[in-house]
Design a protein around this ligand. Structure first.
Ligand SMILES: [Zn+2]
Length: 324
């Protein structure tokens, strides 16, 4: 086995030994990383590229503010506001100003109807959203089934996927049944039935990890078990931290070793672990960027999260292949 084979066995086919053209450092080159769940209005986004994150998906923010920054770094895709029931989550939360919440009051499929499902989707799509975010939260006012179905129909018309914040008993199951494309968090409120997990995998649903926000809570073990079963059945898992959420304490501005360790605990290892970071997102271009990881492959797989957390984003042309 050559060094390259050994590297790719652990980090996947995109890994290669490199030298940084400007600094002369040697290390590992990887495709650019994406954090698939952040809230930019709550963090200092400029720090993320130094921490190894080339692209982000903002899953709840002011669509007009986000429209202005798509070309900056990190590269940004976004959902815009949370589509929720009047007074429903996250209305009134300190971290969710009015512009971040869009109340949907009817299942109207006609454009231009105030409070209608179609109008809400059009508003986000017209503001440049590449995904529509809906709230399925069992505490407080919730979207009715016909309103949820109308949001999904309207999103299909705009060719946008739908992502759900599912929290509380039955909510993840409801998202799977309705045909939602992505869950913003690995389900953490209850252990899912095997049929629900099998249906999610069969439908090609993706789950965003956000495991580290549950540290110190009983939700952590529930999320780990659900993810273990989903991933073992072939489900698509995306790295995401919910950056801006500080319920488990401050998070690092960049690749999170805690998030990667929690993914490893759920059985997502080696190339599968790296793939959660390098998987793409509709409307998000990280072309021309690359990940530079200083140093060499650790002998202990459990040291991998720490190594990857030392990554930084570089222009792809600054990484030179080291001849073997
Ligand atoms: Zn979030």
């Amino acid at each position: 086995m050559t060094d390259l084979d050994a590297l790719q066995a652990v980090l996947g086919p995109g890994a290669r030994p490199v030298r940084h053209a400007l600094t002369g450092e040697t290390g590992i080159g990887l495709p650019p990383f994406t954090d698939h769940h952040v809230h930019l209005h709550l963090i200092d986004a400029a720090a993320l590229t130094a921490g190894g994150i080339a692209g982000v998906v903002d899953l709840g923010g002011d669509p007009d503010a986000l429209a202005g920054r798509a070309a900056g770094t990190p590269r940004t895709a976004y959902a815009g506001a949370f589509l929720t029931a009047p007074g429903g989550y996250p209305s009134g939360r300190g971290w969710a100003p009015d512009a971040v919440v869009c109340a949907v009051t009817s299942a109207s499929a006609s454009p231009g109807v105030a409070g209608g499902a179609r109008t809400a989707v059009d508003e986000m799509a017209d503001a440049g959203a590449s995904v529509i975010k809906v709230v399925l939260h069992s505490g407080g006012p919730a979207l009715a089934d016909d309103v949820l179905a109308a949001i999904l129909d309207a999103a299909r018309l705009r060719r946008l996927p739908v992502i759900a914040h599912a929290e509380g008993a039955g909510m993840a199951q409801r998202a799977v049944r309705a045909g939602v494309d992505v869950l913003a968090h690995v389900p953490f409120s209850e252990h899912l039935h095997g049929e629900t997990i099998a249906a999610a995998v069969a439908d090609g649903m993706a789950w965003i990890s956000t495991l580290a926000i549950h540290a110190g809570s009983p939700d952590a073990a529930v999320a780990r078990t659900n993810l273990e079963r989903f991933a073992a059945a072939g489900g698509r898992v995306l790295y995401g931290t919910d950056l801006g959420n500080t319920q488990a304490g401050p998070q690092p501005m960049g690749v999170s070793a805690a998030e990667l360790s929690a993914l490893q605990d759920a059985g997502i290892r080696g190339p599968e672990l790296v793939r959660t970071l390098t998987d793409g997102w509709p409307g998000l271009s990280v072309a021309g960027l690359a990940t530079f990881v200083p140093g060499t492959l650790p002998d202990d797989e459990l040291a991998l999260p720490g190594l990857l957390a030392a990554s930084r984003v570089v222009p792809a042309e600054e990484l030179l292949d080291i001849a073997r």
